[in-house]
Design a protein around this ligand. Structure first.
Ligand code: FMN
Length: 466
């Protein structure tokens, strides 16, 4: 058992280490492109810690959540229970608790920090500089008093300044605009080196004013411990590695240049806002966390799980029969959703398709399957499409829909949408019975196989397909 606080990134890494899924890289790595190459080539293998980063004493870590199984383990649930855990947390937020005494993330205080002192990776060939990619940004609406936690990229601009790239529809951007309308600049605190629960919570699309820090607490099953910042009126996760405190000035903008997106290509969003950091606090032996951006496992998964759980919640309001919602890796964790419906009545699949489009603008393709199909299993979903979908009847194509700015096929601000009803229609076949051995025999043999594997010391087999 680890002695690290259970809300810390260190506790997560220690557990990964005990399970032999952590890889320590002792080789000297260059933060320019090399860290990204390691993360990319070892995507899916488990967390990596770079102990020897050229030009820096601080270690770097990444690839914490590249598979659903890792995400489930991080939250202490089985993979099958991951979505239910996330939805429960959104439904029952817990207010944070302020820690007494000095917080671990405030052991060292650095006024006017120089961002060049941090081992911030340059990830991709055509990006124009290094990016802080795992910063969970805390902000507050000074009128309602409600907090916000979200991830947005930060590109150092020299000394204590950075460009921040935020989609205009994100709450952080809305808070910045509201502050400007009041003649203020928005205070922010960038918390780096967090437990996966915090990053997952940061990716939820909740209502404006719903505080993701409270959802993070619910994911831990206890209030999130926070520490008051020293130079801004915010409180940050107390057990993170490093905090940058500053203000976002929506009136000052800087051209960004090409930047990678979750779909795997570069986007050119134009100008971003400028953030000026007045203070950095950190652990004495802080470890710098990054998420490999672009079309990479962790970037895709963080968005996918949060969007899927959010969709599950909004679909539950529209339909009584939703079993699970997946947002697929093939759809870059944003663009394609699969909904499984239990005992759906005719027309329910179409209702689900429209409800998904209404809820999340990024989702372009929605496939609806029956409750016996695992929506996270691409082969099972394709099999449902192959055996239950008639193109002349079951496809909905909608053209000319207002597109999200990150949509890769956006043209003149518009994009097309595709709905696929792959649920079985009773009229299509007289007999839908699946050909397989009797259930009682399957259960008996499953047990025998498990016993044999146990006796021979081999790991328990995965869930059999039949
Ligand atoms: C690794 C990672 C990086 C992200 N970077 C950005 C970014 O640079 N800009 C942005 O607008 N959203 C980014 N996002 C998505 C937002 O964090 C996410 O949509 C969040 O829900 C927005 O929250 P908000 O609406 O409460 O501000 C990123 C997500 C992840 C997982």
């Amino acid at each position: 058992m680890t002695n690290e606080h259970r809300q810390s990134m260190r506790a997560f890494l220690a557990i990964a280490d005990e399970a032999s899924s952590l890889t320590r890289i002792a080789d000297r790595v260059d933060p320019v492109h090399e860290i990204a190459a390691w993360l990319s080539l070892l995507d899916g293998r488990g967390p990596l810690v770079f102990e020897n980063v050229a030009g820096h004493a601080m270690a770097v870590t990444g690839n914490h959540l590249t598979t659903r199984a890792q995400a489930a383990r991080a939250l202490g649930v089985e993979t099958d229970g991951l979505q239910a855990r996330l939805v429960d947390a959104v439904r029952s937020p817990l207010a944070p608790r302020v820690v007494a005494g000095p917080a671990p993330c405030q052991e060292v205080v650095v006024p006017d920090p120089d961002l060049a002192a941090l081992p911030i990776p340059v990830f991709f060939e055509h990006e124009t500089g290094p990016y802080i990619s795992a910063g969970a940004i805390v902000a507050r609406d000074t009128v309602s008093g409600r907090g916000n936690l979200s991830i947005a990229r930060l590109k150092p601009l020299g000394a204590n300044r950075a460009l921040i790239g935020i989609a205009p529809n994100h709450h952080l951007s809305q808070l910045a605009r509201a502050a400007r309308a009041r003649g203020d600049r928005l205070e922010i605190a960038v918390s780096l080196g967090n437990h996966p629960a915090l990053l997952l919570a940061a990716c939820f699309y909740l209502g404006l004013g719903d505080d993701e820090l409270e959802v993070a607490g619910a994911l831990f099953g206890e209030p999130l411990e926070v520490a008051p910042c020293r130079s801004v009126g915010l409180a940050v996760p107390a057990h993170c590695e490093l905090v940058l405190e500053g203000v976002l000035d929506p009136d000052e903008t800087v051209e960004e240049g090409p930047v990678s997106e979750f779909h795997g290509m570069y986007e050119r969003y134009g100008a971003g806002h400028v953030v000026t950091f007045s203070q950095m606090t950190r652990r004495r032996d802080a470890v710098f966390q990054c998420v490999l951006p672009g079309y990479a496992g962790e970037h895709v998964l963080l968005g996918a799980e949060a969007i899927a759980a959010g969709l599950r919640q909004s679909l539950d309001r529209a339909l009584p029969s939703v079993r699970e919602v997946a947002v697929t890796a093939g759809g870059a964790g944003r663009l394609h959703a699969v909904v499984s419906l239990e005992g759906a009545r005719e027309g329910a699949a179409r209702r689900a398709i429209f409800a998904v489009w209404a809820a999340v603008s990024l989702v372009k393709q929605v496939t609806v399957v029956d409750g016996d199909v695992d929506p996270w299993d691409p082969v099972a979903v394709e099999h449902a499409v192959a055996t239950r979908m008639r193109p002349e009847r079951d496809l909905i194509v909608v053209s000319g829909v207002q597109a999200d700015r990150a949509e890769p096929l956006e043209k003149d601000g518009l994009v097309g949408k595709l709905g696929i009803d792959a649920t079985a229609f009773a009229s299509d076949r007289s007999d839908w019975t699946r050909a397989r051995p009797p259930e009682a025999v399957l259960a008996r043999v499953r047990e025998r196989i498990a016993r044999q594997l146990r006796d021979s010391g081999t790991a328990t087999p995965g869930r059999p397909r039949s």
